[in-house]
Design a protein around this ligand. Structure first.
Ligand SMILES: *Cc1c(COP(=O)(O)O)cnc(C)c1O
Length: 499
């Protein structure tokens, strides 16, 4: 399996310097391709009906191995299998609730079956940090440790978080050999629960830095350090953001799992509704569908930050300025641009890297592009979006509160705010004869403030999380100063060379 950048011309006619392609292990520890594009397989591996039949009987770990082995062809199969089994165990996904089996890893729950209409919830948030990011990040932690050990190398992960990504990264990397995590978060701006989740980690390889500023200040510092290539290579700085290809692949697995668990024969189809921000999660659904998984619709559910809903309604992609980005009660979807969207656009424009490059250069210069085919537009490919199964919808704070109440009343379970956005939009897209699976992206306990507002009572906390706020916390407070940050990294990396 070869990987190409969405912006690289790999045709025979291109200059040899452009034609580079890479293996899975080459891109594992990296982010963007050197040309600014995102990596994708040169072609999507296809699944046969016989494979799907065989996969119906597999454990989650064995299914993950079967799918990963189509993408990570340069990792010996026995190693990959061991990594999949280490990652996807009931022990790690132990926050399953009543009526769910932790061994299913992503258990399905039928919410409603009304004639031919069926609404199903797939729980992706039973991992250590109670959000779906664990599904991919836990695998990444094990893959990184494996790859670094082979090269006898080290990696210092440097990132910024407003909540879910940082904690998922820390819980995946804690105690891993050869890896250190430097995670920036805005000082006193995260919820008490999120702060406690991250700062209570005492592992020596986890370094929390509370920046005296807002999330954008943290992100600016990450960008500034990443742009200093000499510093970056000297101190082995890497990232784990949502454009990482291995994270996307890990997410492909649960679309297969959801499909196989909701159907009995490959003649049946299902649809998925996915609460979306950076287009990472649903991008994996697109890839599963391109591999031949019988998915009917892929429904994008956004919050008030409706960049993606706007595109899937109009064909116009218009990124927002940070000042135009709303702070909502589904905060993990508060984005101004969707960092994985380029992967879908690559397929939509017929895998033409020159078009992709021109379109995303225009995003930087003009704030977006228009594929509606209207006067002055940049193309007319929006007309073919339906072939890829995409639909979309949007949900607001009022919708979220109402949906949390309805779901508690009708089905007796408390859902988180992001999942509520998914259910709201899924209900608008239910179709006769096609089960609709909504991906549950977090547990309610993580966003308790809004649960309290909606239901007048606290969300239930999984065992072990009852007193998390009272645990001792380990973190360093710093001003938003890039030089001080670099000095801090250098001191900590030099101070502890051998982990
Ligand atoms: C990250 C996140 C999302 C959005 O996922 P994308 O891959 O960025 O679209 C949705 N819900 C929760 C709880 C998240 O943490």
């Amino acid at each position: 399996m070869q990987y190409v950048s969405t912006r690289a011309d790999v045709s025979a006619a291109a200059a040899p310097s452009q034609q580079t392609s890479a293996q899975f292990s080459d891109i594992l520890l990296g982010g963007l391709a050197p040309d600014g594009g995102l990596y994708l397989p040169s072609e999507y591996p296809q699944v046969t009906g016989a494979e799907l039949d065989a996969w119906r009987k597999l454990s989650y770990a064995d299914l993950a191995f079967a799918i990963l082995s189509k993408f990570a062809t340069d990792i010996p199969e026995a190693d990959l299998k061991a990594l999949a089994h280490k990652t996807y165990t009931a022990d790690v996904y132990r926050n399953a609730r009543e009526g769910e089996n932790a061994a299913d890893i992503t258990p399905l729950r039928v919410l409603e079956e009304n004639g031919g209409r069926k609404l199903v919830l797939q729980a992706l948030s039973n991992g250590p940090t109670l959000a779906f990011k664990d599904m991919a990040m836990q695998l990444l932690g094990n893959l990184f440790e494996y790859a670094l050990a082979k090269q006898d190398a080290q990696l210092n992960i440097f990132g910024a978080t407003s909540g879910d990504t940082g904690s998922a990264a820390e819980y995946a990397m804690r105690g891993k050999r050869g890896i250190r995590v430097f995670m920036l978060s805005p000082h006193k701006k995260m919820s008490a629960f999120q702060t406690a989740q991250m700062f209570s980690l005492q592992d020596p390889n986890i370094l929390n830095i509370a920046v005296e500023g807002v999330f954008d200040d943290c992100q600016d510092m990450v960008k500034a350090v990443s742009n200093d290539l000499e510093f970056k290579s000297r101190y082995k700085i890497g990232t784990v953001n949502s454009i990482n290809w291995a994270r996307v692949v890990a997410q492909v697995v649960y679309y297969f799992r959801g499909y196989l668990a909701a159907t009995t024969s490959n003649d049946q189809k299902v649809s998925f509704t996915v609460p979306s921000g950076n287009f990472g999660n649903i991008c994996a659904g697109h890839i599963a569908r391109m591999m031949g998984l019988p998915i009917d619709k892929l429904v994008v559910a956004t919050n008030e930050n409706d960049v993606l809903d706007e595109f899937f309604r109009t064909g116009i992609y218009r990124v927002r300025k940070s000042a135009e980005t709303y702070h909502t009660s589904s905060p993990s979807m508060d984005i101004s641009k969707a960092s994985n969207f380029e992967r879908f656009i690559y397929d939509l424009v017929g895998r033409d890297p020159a078009r992709v490059k021109a379109l995303f250069t225009k995003v930087e210069s003009d704030g977006g592009f228009d594929l509606s085919g209207g006067p002055g537009s940049d193309g007319d490919e929006f007309a073919t979006v339906a072939q890829y199964g995409f639909k979309s919808g949007k949900s607001t704070h009022a919708d979220r509160l109402q949906t949390i109440r309805d779901v508690a009343d009708d089905y007796g379970i408390v859902i988180d705010t992001h999942t509520a956005d998914g259910i709201k939009v899924a209900r608008e897209n239910l179709e006769e004869g096609v089960p609709m699976i909504v991906l549950e992206t977090a547990l309610a306990a993580k966003f308790n403030e809004t649960i309290l507002e909606a239901l007048g009572e606290d969300a239930e906390r999984p065992a072990g999380f009852e007193d998390i706020e009272s645990l001792p916390q380990k973190y360093t407070v710093m001003p938003p100063d890039v030089d001080k940050m670099k000095a801090y990294i250098a001191a900590n990396v030099d101070a502890a060379p051998a982990l």
